[in-house]
Design a protein around this ligand. Structure first.
Ligand SMILES: Nc1nc2c(ncn2[C@@H]2O[C@H](COP(=O)(O)OP(=O)(O)OP(=O)(O)O)[C@@H](O)[C@H]2O)c(=O)[nH]1
Ligand SMILES: [Mg+2]
Length: 203
């Protein structure tokens, strides 16, 4: 398996704000998750969906795994995805992020590969904030996540700050996505309506 051979989609959240399970989101009659998988297949040889409802994926040709440490939010999903992956680095995206940017994915891969450093995560920074998805994490942090969760902590962003993380700065990321749409996530019905209004013609 190649070093960057795996992508994982986190789909095990409670979707409290959306009010229905976001892994079932449809855009123009098509399940968003199917669209994500087909786009990611261009770049990755292994695709993993991390969900707590594997029954939704019975006719699915990709790997479907459940959380191992449950009820801890996104870190539960990242932990399971890293444990189950066959590659050293795993690209993570949330199931409600409709705009995959393959050029940016390749850019991050080359960055990690070319840096003469032992990188454990690669995410984008804007100001003091971090975009934890549409980023890469190393399998090496499985134990760090286990220790962190055992301490009762669960903030992914705080953990990222403790790791040997490579940050892509906003200015660089904007060259790939001037309006930041590669980080857009659909948390609420309003987010969804707004997105659909703008994208009624996409397939
Ligand atoms: N596997 C797994 N994924 C999770 C878990 N909690 C959140 N996620 C995923 O992490 C991503 C970001 O989380 P949010 O956007 O907050 O989604 P959410 O937690 O379902 O939604 P809210 O309940 O409204 O916060 C989404 O893709 C979620 O599906 C979890 O416990 N396990
Ligand atoms: Mg949440």
């Amino acid at each position: 398996m190649r070093k960057f051979g795996t992508a994982a989609i986190l789909a095990g959240g409670k979707s409290t704000r959306m009010g229905f399970d976001k892994q079932l989101l449809k855009i123009n009659e098509k399940k968003l998750i199917d669209k994500l998988v087909s786009k990611l297949s261009v770049e990755f040889e292994e695709i993993i969906v991390v969900t707590n409802s594997p029954e939704y994926y019975l006719d699915f040709n990709f790997k479907v795994v459940k959380d191992i440490i449950v009820e801890k939010g996104p870190l539960s999903g990242i932990h399971a995805g890293l444990k189950e992956s066959n590659s050293q680095f795993v690209y993570f995206i949330a199931c409600d992020m409709p705009n995959i940017n393959l050029k940016y994915i390749r850019y991050m891969k080359y960055k990690i590969r070319d840096l003469d450093m032992d990188i454990k995560a690669c995410v984008t920074r804007f100001g003091v904030n971090i975009e934890p998805f549409n980023g890469f994490y190393s399998k090496d942090i499985v134990l760090d996540i286990e220790d962190y969760l055992a301490q009762g902590k669960r903030s992914l962003n705080q953990l990222i700050k403790q790791l040997q993380t490579y940050y892509v700065e906003e200015e660089e990321a904007r060259m790939f996505s001037p309006n930041w749409d590669m980080f857009l996530n659909l948390n609420t019905k309003e987010d969804l309506e707004y997105f659909l209004k703008d994208n009624c013609n996409i397939s």
